[in-house]
Ligand binder design. Structure first.
Ligand code: CTP
Ligand code: MG
Length: 172
C-alpha cells in the first residue's frame, strides 16, 4: 500500500502543482476574452485566465524539473516505479491545465456559474486529463490511477478549504 501511495504521488505532483498555482496568481485576463458560446453562456468564464494557464504550466514544469533532478538521488535508497522525464512532465502539466478548462466549459454548458460547485467534476477534470495524456507515453499502474481518483477529491477539497481560509478564494 505504501508503494502505491508514494509512487502515485510522485507521478501526479506536476499535475497537482499546475492545477494549484493559478489560484495564487489571481489572473485578470480571461482566456475566453469574455466571449460567449452559442448557448449564451460564457465559453469558460472569468475563473480561467491567461495568467493561470501559462503560470500553471510553467510552475508544473518547474517542479517537474526538480523531480527529474532528484530522481537519481532517491533511486539510491528507494526504487521509484514511475520515473519522470521532460515528456511526462509536459503531458501532466498541460493535461491538468487543459482538463481544468474543459471542466469549466462543461460547467458553463450546464449553466453552472463560475465558482459554483460541480462535485467530482471540479476535483477530477484536471486529474483525468493529465492521466489520459501521460498514458499515451507510459503504461500506468491501475492501482495508482484508482488511488489517485479516490484521494484527489479529498486533497482538492482540503486545499480549497485552506485557500478559502487564507482568503485566496472567495468561496470553497
Ligand atoms: N485560475 C486561473 N486560471 C486558470 C485556472 C484557475 O486564473 N486557468 C484561478 C482563478 O482565479 C480561479 C481559481 O484559480 O478562480 C480557482 O480555480 P477553479 O476552482 O478551477 O475556478 P473557479 O473560479 O471555481 O471557476 P469554474 O467554475 O470555472 O471552475
Ligand atoms: Mg472551482
Amino acid at each position: 500500500m505504501l508503494e502505491i501511495i508514494i509512487n502515485s504521488f510522485w507521478l501526479i505532483i506536476p499535475a497537482y502543482c499546475a492545477n494549484f498555482f493559478p489560484v495564487l496568481l489571481k489572473g485578470k485576463h480571461p482566456i475566453d476574452f469574455g466571449k460567449k458560446f452559442i448557448d449564451g453562456f460564457r465559453l469558460f468564464g472569468d475563473g480561467k485566465t491567461i495568467e493561470g494557464f501559462f503560470g500553471g504550466i510553467f510552475f508544473g514544469i518547474f517542479i517537474g524539473l526538480l523531480l527529474i533532478y532528484l530522481q537519481p538521488f532517491i533511486q539510491q535508497f528507494y526504487t521509484l516505479q514511475f520515473q519522470h522525464n521532460l515528456l511526462t512532465v509536459f503531458l501532466l502539466t498541460t493535461g491538468a491545465i487543459s482538463g481544468d478548462i474543459i471542466g469549466s466549459f462543461v460547467k458553463r454548458r450546464f449553466g453552472i456559474e463560475r465558482g459554483e460547485p460541480a462535485p467530482l467534476l471540479d476535483q477530477l477534470d484536471f486529474l483525468v486529463f493529465s492521466l489520459v495524456l501521460v498514458s499515451i507515453v507510459r503504461n500506468l499502474n491501475l492501482y495508482f490511477v484508482v488511488f489517485l481518483v479516490i484521494i484527489t477529491p479529498i486533497i482538492h477539497y482540503s486545499a480549497n478549504l485552506c485557500a478559502f481560509l487564507l482568503k485566496l478564494k472567495d468561496r470553497i
